[in-house]
Ligand binder design. Structure first.
Ligand SMILES: Nc1nc2c(ncn2[C@@H]2O[C@H](COP(=O)(O)OP(=O)(O)OP(=O)(O)O)[C@@H](O)[C@H]2O)c(=O)[nH]1
Length: 451
């Protein structure tokens, strides 16, 4: 869907380039590059003149980072060549900028205001009307793509926020599980009763039309979409309705033993109940935002937590840190002791990280043997002290994998500390890079990202 959309946007961009001759485009490019510094200054002057902008922008941000990025953006925009690769790359850049704006929370109208100023300023410096039209159209296309990516990302964030809100008020899926288990049993009992009463084949209740069947087909299958068990339940219901019930109901033509068919029916119902139980248990954890194995937060809520943390840190002027923690050489541990033992170690490492964090910190399982900790209200020294403490604690802990078997593992940790940059992705990338360095330097150690 995204690729299709990007391709459509690239086609529009390409058509725009082809609409203007090479001379016009080169002229506009040359003027844009010549005045890029003044244009960038004017763009941010316009944005900073809005009272609301102080929430997202400071003069310092503009001076240290944004002015340079804006000049680069102008340069790249006007130098986009007519080749498909170049246009696709230009579209990707606008998408990326839109996503960053959404993460930081810069409203679209502010960006539009800056773009309007840019068009006017550049237009005034161009003598040819066709070049002025070209500049205006090109900026419009870029802003349109940016806004599209912005809205997409914004909606996604809003959905995650909503899910987080539900998570916070602890929605109860346990009662739905009980209800559906009972509904399945009801159908089975009703079927057995009506079969015993000699109800005709056509009148015998079908599972897909039962309360359970309807719920699963319309809601359950949707909620548990993509899970193997969902397909298994759908297949089992179909098998019951098309292979078992018609034959059981029509004894005159039944070549099979009715008792064997009833046993098969019971087995199918049992397996549906088993799969439903599993799906709900998984979903319990997922819906609640917790990883099923370790009970830590899963990565689903990382964007929400990071955005909140950045906003709080900006307001309170307090810092926070991100620790990316990865177990060293976990593959050989799995290979030697088995996957189950590996799972037990993951659970114990998770518990150790959790037990040594403060109530305000967040501990996530990012997947596999990687964890992420958000330490709130810490500076560089405190973050490093805590990370080293965690690293030493894991290395010293004997992890139990059987009644009297224990294994030692170590972790590598990459640390990054909030430096005022509003895009939390930068912080995540920095701690990931630092982790990579810790692994390369021999593992079982902590590396602080360069700021
Ligand atoms: N038991 C268990 N193993 C997992 C789980 N998720 C991922 N793994 C295993 O974790 C191992 C990760 O291996 P690699 O990515 O090669 O890394 P490593 O062996 O830890 O080596 P380094 O990270 O470079 O120190 C793989 O063997 C995965 O199968 C899980 O949920 N349970």
């Amino acid at each position: 869907m995204k690729t299709f959309c990007a391709q459509r946007q690239a086609n529009q961009w390409q058509a725009l380039l082809e609409h203007y001759d090479q001379q016009t485009r080169s002229y506009a490019n040359q003027v844009a590059c010549q005045y890029k510094s003044e244009l960038a200054s004017h763009f941010y002057q316009q944005m900073l003149s809005d009272n609301d902008s102080s929430q997202y922008l400071t003069h310092d941000d503009v001076r240290t980072r944004l002015h340079g990025s804006m000049q680069k953006w102008i340069e790249n925009l006007f130098s986009t060549a007519e080749t498909p690769t170049s246009v696709i790359e230009a579209v990707d850049v606008q998408h990326h900028v839109g996503e960053v704006h959404a993460r930081i929370g810069i409203p679209v109208h502010l960006v539009m205001r800056g773009a309007r100023a840019l068009k006017n300023q550049l237009g005034e410096r161009l003598n040819e009307p066709s070049a002025r039209h070209y500049v205006a159209e090109l900026i419009d296309v870029a802003i349109e793509i940016m806004s599209h990516a912005y809205c997409h990302s914004h909606e996604r964030n809003a959905r995650a926020e909503e899910a987080y809100r539900l998570f916070s008020v602890a929605e109860n899926v346990a009662s739905e599980k009980q209800r559906q288990r009972a509904a399945l049993l009801d159908w089975e009992n009703q079927f057995m009763f009506e079969k015993a009463m000699g109800v005709s084949q056509a009148q015998l209740p079908r599972i897909q039309g039962s309360e359970f069947g309807l719920w699963f087909r319309h809601k359950g299958a949707h909620a548990f979409e993509g899970m193997r068990e969902t397909i298994m339940i759908q297949q089992a219901m179909k098998h019951i309705d098309t292979e078992i019930v018609p034959v059981l109901g029509d004894l005159a033509t039944a070549a099979q033993d009715p008792m064997a068919l009833l046993r098969e029916l019971r087995e199918n119902c049992k397996s549906i109940a088993f799969h439903i139980e599993y799906l709900f248990d998984q979903n319990d954890a997922l819906e609640a935002g917790r990883d099923a194995l370790t009970r830590l937060l899963n990565r689903k809520f990382l964007p929400v937590v990071m955005s909140k943390q950045v906003a709080t840190a900006q307001k309170s002027k307090e810092s926070f840190a991100v620790l990316t923690v990865d177990i060293d050489h976990f593959k050989p541990v799995n290979d030697r002791y088995g996957h189950e033992a590996g799972d037990m170690i993951l659970q114990q490492v998770a518990a150790l990280l959790m037990n040594h964090s403060r109530a305000g910190d967040y501990v996530f399982r990012m997947g596999g043997e990687e964890f992420l900790i958000v330490l709130v209200d810490v500076n560089h020294e405190q973050a490093m002290k805590k990370s080293k403490e965690l690293c030493a604690l894991v290395a010293a802990e004997p992890f139990r994998i059987a009644r009297d078997e224990e294994v030692s593992v170590s972790v590598s940790i990459g640390v990054s500390v909030f430096d005022g940059h509003p895009d939390y992705q930068k912080l995540l990338r920095a701690s990931d890079d630092a982790l990579y360095q810790a692994k390369n330097q021999g593992r079982n150690q902590v590396v602080l990202a360069a700021s």
